[in-house]
Design a protein around this ligand. Structure first.
Ligand code: GZL
Length: 341
């Protein structure tokens, strides 16, 4: 019996040691929470290029596609070690992640900023550490633009103007247009630009009335919650202008739960942004009338910037991606099937 116990004890000790050493090999004291440990894992990065990517979060289909594009590009097979951090839509988590990337001496930092302001201090630390910072998607507002190497993303004001032009061209039969505005994360470039577009439209069209303006934080749940409340407070709503697909999905659920019809031939016209796969499927069904594309496939764009930097070239400081828009009256399944996201 004693012998059996001693064998069991030895086996237990051996197993627990293996478990510790296993986790030690993968852990990284410096790696921030929600990170995929890379260089700092004690692994030898060798001739791999180490990229630290601070992502906003996982709030929408667009964000999921954006993350996928980055992870599909920065693979070990392509010569990269990617350290990925999901900030859960909190700027303080992004700042912590950037500081961890600096501590881990990554080769490049990629930042998808949740909001435009509040980056000067941490980007100065990255600059002092000699680490190039590439901004993707939303823009940052800093006192010194040498704090970032370059930016690639969308022209959000143009996206808003595109939606407003469609409204002017397609809703002119209504003398008065009562508009509910579901905004994205307040202070994000996507919200700022798309809001500016609508507000300029309201100013230019006397019959347009902005009934309510409220953030749905780019999420479906919040979009539905806000729309449910606004439907109770306002019996005259002709348009809901949703600053992304996920809030549009929530708004449509709320509209239908209130016994009204959303979209084509319905009570409330639905405008949306992102043109994700699910967003275009809703557009094909006529539940979204008009969907303005916001292209999330930034992985290859960031990689070409890194290749330029490696070759000693200076990348374009601001690079806008080309985008289009989709109308429920003309979209087809073939169009959706042909798209990458
Ligand atoms: C736009 C991006 C926005 C999307 C939302 O470039 O920042 O954030 O429109 C996402 O879906 O949450």
């Amino acid at each position: 019996m004693k012998k059996l116990l001693s064998v069991l004890l030895a086996m237990t000790m051996a197993l627990s040691f293996a478990a510790c050493s296993g986790s030690a090999a993968n852990s990284s004291a410096a790696a921030p929470a929600n990170s995929t440990a890379g260089k700092a894992a004690g692994g030898d990065s060798g001739d791999m290029t180490v990229v630290g990517f601070s992502q906003v979060g996982a709030e929408s289909d667009w964000r999921t596609a954006n993350t996928a594009s980055m992870k599909e590009t920065f693979t070990e097979a392509n010569g990269y070690k990617l350290i990925f951090d999901d900030a859960q839509q909190k700027q303080e988590n992004q700042i912590t992640a950037i500081r961890n990337f600096i501590q881990q001496e990554v080769d490049y930092i990629v930042l998808a900023p949740v909001t435009e302001t509040g980056w000067d201090t941490v980007l100065k630390e990255a600059k002092d550490a000699g680490i190039p910072v590439i901004i993707v998607d939303r823009m940052i507002d800093v006192s010194d633009d040498s704090l970032f190497t370059c930016w690639v993303g969308s022209d959000f004001r143009k996206e808003g103007d595109t939606a407003v032009k469609w409204m002017q061209d397609n809703l002119k039969d209504k003398k008065e247009l009562h508009i509910v505005h579901l905004q994205g994360t307040i202070g994000s470039s996507a919200q700022i630009g798309r809001t500016e577009g609508l507000e300029a439209g309201v100013k230019a069209n006397p019959g347009w009335k902005l009934v309510a303006q409220q953030t749905g934080e780019f999420t479906q749940a919040k979009g539905q919650e806000v729309m449910e409340s606004l439907l109770k407070q306002n019996d005259k709503i002709d348009v809901v202008y949703c600053e992304n697909d996920n809030m549009a999905f929530g708004a449509i659920d709320a509209i239908e739960a209130a016994g009204k019809k959303a979209g084509k031939g319905g009570d409330i016209t639905v405008i949306s942004f992102d043109s994700t796969k699910a967003g275009l499927e809703a557009t094909l069904k006529g539940k979204i009338n008009y969907n303005v594309e916001c292209n999330p496939l930034h992985g290859p764009r960031v990689e070409s910037i890194i290749k330029e930097l490696k070759a000693g070239k200076t990348p374009q400081k601001l690079a806008y991606v080309d985008e289009t828009a989709f109308d429920a009256n003309t979209i087809t399944q073939a169009v959706i099937d042909a798209r990458a996201y």
